[in-house]
Design a protein around this ligand. Structure first.
Ligand code: HEM
Length: 196
């Protein structure tokens, strides 16, 4: 049977490349610089995410109708999620040499977003893409091509584990025809960004 777009997306995420020990060290070193500025960086990432992919706001009761980035910046719900995203990534980075711990942190995140928040998993791919984009811009000296390659693997690792958790709880990937049009548009935009 022909595969639908969503299934192909998931398969691509699953082919995450192994990270070498040297790359894991690179991730820990660069992240320590970023995490020193955790609040500001986290808020910048989320604002860029919600401005460029407004349909992602649908899951957040308190700012789903906000359009002004300055107003978003003041939203307590946005700031709280920024802290949580950065905190969860920090746990992954701290435990990067312990694959079981990495799996359990990301499985918890994935399951909560599937079951409790009902977030379409494609948004994880989009958000981690925005994360890399912002880090490369904010830390141009640190994010050399070699560092960027290590972070691309980190993005893939996050998406692979989150997707696996979605599968485990029986998340159904809708074919495009029945997909919420906002989500279908986000999928198309993400596919365009990935092809660049
Ligand atoms: C790497 C990506 C992400 C990480 C690490 C992350 C982490 C978290 C954590 C730790 C929580 C709190 C725990 C919980 O409620 O179970 C949370 C809550 C939440 N997340 Fe995420 N998240 C990520 C991506 C996303 C995305 C892409 C969306 C939607 C587009 C989203 C929507 C939400 C919502 C709606 C909540 C509840 C907010 C609230 O109660 O105020 N998250 N996230």
């Amino acid at each position: 049977m022909e595969k639908v777009q969503g299934e192909m997306e998931i398969e691509r995420w699953e082919r995450s490349e192994e990270m070498s020990d040297a790359e894991k060290k690179v991730i820990q070193e660069t992240w320590s610089r970023v995490y020193a500025n955790c609040e500001d960086v986290g808020v910048s990432i989320l604002i860029r995410f919600f401005v460029n992919f407004p349909s992602a706001k649908q899951y957040f009761s308190q700012f789903k109708h906000m359009e002004d980035p300055l107003e978003m910046e003041r939203s307590l719900q946005l700031r709280k999620h920024a802290r949580r995203v950065m905190g969860a990534i920090n746990s992954v980075v701290e435990n990067i040499f312990d694959p079981e711990k990495v799996s359990s942190v990301l499985a918890l995140v994935g399951k909560a977003h599937a079951v409790k928040h009902k977030v379409e998993p494609v948004y994880f791919k989009i958000l981690t893409g925005v994360l890399l984009e912002v880090l490369e811009e904010e830390y141009p000296n640190e994010f050399t091509p070699e560092v960027q390659r290590a972070w691309a693997k980190m993005k893939s690792l996050i998406c692979t584990h989150v997707t696996a958790a979605y599968k485990e709880v029986g998340w159904v990937q809708y074919p495009n025809s029945t997909m919420n049009p906002q989500v279908a548009a986000a999928v198309a935009a993400a596919a365009g960004a990935a092809a660049k």
